[in-house]
Design a protein around this ligand. Structure first.
Ligand code: SAH
Length: 501
């Protein structure tokens, strides 16, 4: 046996990345080579080491990319050469995954292997559809059955009489094309045509769909709804429980594709909120925040920040970067002890609060006009006021304060620069139901990246965080379908949910 070489036969779960096991993620992160199939979760390989040898060995329906013998030989070759190999399969490797055959081949060669079970689609897809495969009252047993038999076998390997008599739930994998035959064979063999049956397409994925019917009508319903593989078929009274305990498809943004254009560094909180509501998130960042070096004039401003009577922050980014800048000059929140602090809105105030500062002035609506109004009660005449913000921003606030006799300084803490659109992002955008804009710069940068307003998907709804962003969108020829009432992420999410509902 070659030193150190090992193959891990790893289940990647049914599709929802959250259903990958801790062990699977750990092994993916350590692997020298990963041989993967088609039905692994999106982003399953994100944790692989840079330089890891990633090989797709799956089959497209109807054309075999690599035969099972070739896959076995490759596994043997890599492991014998001392590599740590992950053989990554959808669901569980030993449930209709040919993992058993691969283990046999490795054992024959005396090579080390390890098996990491995964969450199988036959249990997970029904669970996400509100169908428990067993139930104390109605199903004391469950059978996992392949609906796609080995085409080389002449007679059916399945005993249809036995399956028809089976006292419990039947779960069919790979059976969409054969569904009419499966349903007929079961009823011919004596299973009642009135028995409940459910088909779950793309189970646990954001666009999961479920069709509920009876053995007698499920095939025609599935045809009508144009259900496509991958799908799981469940036969048994448990299927009907979905009428009472379906949950996943009831989430407010289920099945909606939402594009997020804000900077990647700011997108994760927004994206996870959307995902938790059932949306499929298309990450299409078009801007990037680049902090400016704290040197020269900017360093001088930060070092003497306590000389300002009023400090205005016009974005959560500005708040975060201000504290970074204070730290860079060896100081902290105490530098603001005597300064009146104004935040443009609740999001910026929340970011300040995270750093121990409770803002003195916070308008309800996060727009410069509202901040100008809220500052009316603060004396600024003849006093120094600092506006800390992006280099690229509207001058409304500094101008209004100057007009009131303040001596206004602008500290540009960061630049907002264009982030090139990846091919994945571009493709995702084209299929989006909603495109969200969280600032004017996301609008202009997206249109610049797409080259034209026609680049936005037909029928996609444009969602804007507030009136300034909306105005920019309209100036560029877009129709704004949804505008948030509160101009922050909570407000944006609420507006989206209201529109989808
Ligand atoms: N080893 C896998 C099954 C491989 S066979 C497992 O344990 O889940 C492939 C079949 O699995 C597909 O034809 C389909 O019937 C089922 N399948 C896999 N992923 C699925 C999903 N997300 N939703 C519904 N069915 C799925």
């Amino acid at each position: 046996m070659a030193g150190g070489g090992i193959v891990h036969l790893v289940g990647a779960g049914p599709g929802d990345p959250g259903l990958m096991t801790v062990r699977a993620l750990e092994l993916i992160a350590q692997a020298d080579a990963i041989l993967y199939d088609r039905l692994i979760p999106p982003a399953a390989l994100d944790g692989a080491r840079p330089g890891c040898d990633l090989r797709y060995v799956g089959k497209q329906p109807g054309d075999a990319a690599m035969s099972q013998e070739q896959i076995n030989s490759l596994l043997i070759e890599l492991a014998a050469g001392g590599r740590r190999v992950v053989r990554l399969k959808g669901g569980d490797p030993f449930v209709f995954g040919r993992g058993g055959e691969e283990a046999e081949a490795l054992a024959r060669e005396g090579l080390a292997f390890e098996v990491v079970p995964g969450v199988t689609a036959g249990i997970a897809a029904p669970a996400y559809a509100g169908v428990p495969v067993t139930h104390r009252d109605t199903a004391s047993a469950v059978a996992f059955v392949t609906g796609h038999e080995n085409p080389e076998k002449k007679a059916s390997a399945l005993d249809w009489e036995a399956l028809a008599r089976f006292p419990g739930t039947l779960v069919f994998y790979m059976g969409i094309k054969n569904l009419p035959t499966i349903a007929r064979r079961l009823t011919d063999a004596g299973r009642s045509g009135a028995e409940a049956a459910a088909v779950i397409e793309r189970g646990t994925l954001p666009d999961q769909r479920t069709v509920l019917g009876t053995l007698a009508d499920i095939a025609s319903k599935v045809e009508q709804e144009r259900i496509r593989p991958p799908a799981i078929t469940v036969v048994g009274p448990v299927a009907r429980l979905r009428e009472r305990i379906a949950w996943r498809e009831l989430r407010p943004l289920h099945g909606r594709r939402v594009a997020v254009t804000r900077a990647r560094a700011q997108a994760s909180g927004f994206a996870s909120r959307l995902r938790a509501l059932g949306a499929e998130v298309v990450e299409a960042p078009v801007i990037r925040i680049v902090p400016r070096a704290i040197e020269g004039e900017l360093a001088g401003t930060i070092e003497t920040i306590d000389r300002y009577a009023v400090l205005c922050l016009t974005s959560p980014n500005g708040a975060t970067l201000l504290f970074d800048a204070l730290r860079a000059t060896g100081r902290d929140a105490r530098a603001l002890a005597g300064v009146t602090v104004a935040a443009i809105g609740p999001g910026t105030a929340a970011e300040l609060a995270r750093h121990g500062i409770v803002a003195d002035v916070v308008p309800e609506r996060s727009v410069a006009e509202a901040l100008v109004e809220a500052l009316e009660s603060v004396p600024v005449e003849g006093r120094e006021v600092l506006v800390a913000r992006a280099a690229q921003a509207r001058d409304l606030l500094p101008e209004a304060l100057s007009a009131r006799g303040a001596e206004v300084h602008v500290a540009a803490l960061y630049d907002t620069v264009a982030e090139p659109l990846s091919d994945d992002a571009r493709a995702g955008l084209e299929r989006s139901d909603y495109v969200t804009f969280t600032s004017s710069s996301t609008v202009t940068m997206l249109l610049e990246a797409l080259g034209t307003t026609d680049g936005l998907p037909q029928g996609a709804r444009v969602v804007s965080i507030g009136p300034i962003t909306s105005a920019t969108a309209r100036e560029h020829g877009l129709t704004v379908h949804v505008e948030a009432q509160r101009h922050d992420i909570d407000g944006l999410v609420a507006a989206l949910v209201a529109d989808a509902g």
